[in-house]
Design a protein around this ligand. Structure first.
Ligand SMILES: [Zn+2]
Length: 215
């Protein structure tokens, strides 16, 4: 995705930031309010209204649904408060779980340049990594489940953002194969004798697993 390019009043404000006082982020008055709004509006479009970490979508734009997310936390590295490549949008749940947890493979000095390589991060970096290389999302009968595809960024993102929370909905099922068979046999039982081909096709489409996850 494309990082934000600050202009006008936003650019002036970002230019005046001292790189230390990250508390200004939460001020409820002044230029930061409009700036946060610009950031949210930009990344909502870039991320196609989906969370950077769980990739679930919400067609809402207000701050009650979306947090502007500092990939490297602003509390540990205030220098990157307005670094466009350190910004993304996350849903409340992912952001709350991720909080101030470290995401760097090796710690870096406070005044270091932003590490612009995927290898510097333990989690899926929304700007540098392809999500589907690391996590697969399955949807079955409106239930969602995330599966890490590797023990590196896939597993780490799954843990740090508590993506297991989606899988609780599957507790009644042993696994996906069981779930598909059960869904299918339940359908056969309740399927009316006069079901049309379209009815059946509509049902079969709910057994579709793949979800487009990449920005
Ligand atoms: Zn999320």
């Amino acid at each position: 995705m494309k990082p934000i390019n600050f202009d006008g009043v936003d650019a002036n404000y970002v230019g005046s930031y001292n790189g230390i006082d990250h508390e200004i982020w939460n001020h409820t008055k002044g230029p930061i309010v409009a700036l946060r709004h610009s950031i949210r509006a930009h990344y909502l479009i870039e991320q196609k209204f989906r969370c950077a970490y769980c990739r679930m979508g919400k067609k809402e734009s207000h701050g009650l649904s979306w947090d502007v997310e500092h990939i490297i936390p602003k509390s540990t590295h205030p220098k990157y408060l307005f670094e466009p490549e350190n910004l993304a949008l996350a849903c409340k749940e992912c952001n709350l779980s991720k909080l101030n947890k470290g995401v760097l493979v090796k710690n870096i000095a406070d005044n270091a340049e932003y590490p612009r390589v995927p290898g510097a991060f333990t989690i899926i970096h929304p700007h540098y990594d392809t999500y589907s290389d690391h996590i697969e999302i399955a949807v079955l009968a409106q239930k969602v489940s995330h599966r890490p595809k590797n023990r590196g960024k896939g597993k780490e993102t799954f843990i740090i953002c508590d993506l297991v929370r989606f899988s609780y909905a599957f507790a009644e099922w042993e696994d996906f194969n069981y779930a598909i068979v059960k869904e299918f046999s339940d359908y056969i039982k309740r399927c009316p004798g006069d079901a049309t081909k379209d009815d059946i096709v509509r049902f079969m489409s709910t057994l579709n697993f793949t979800v487009e996850t990449d920005f």
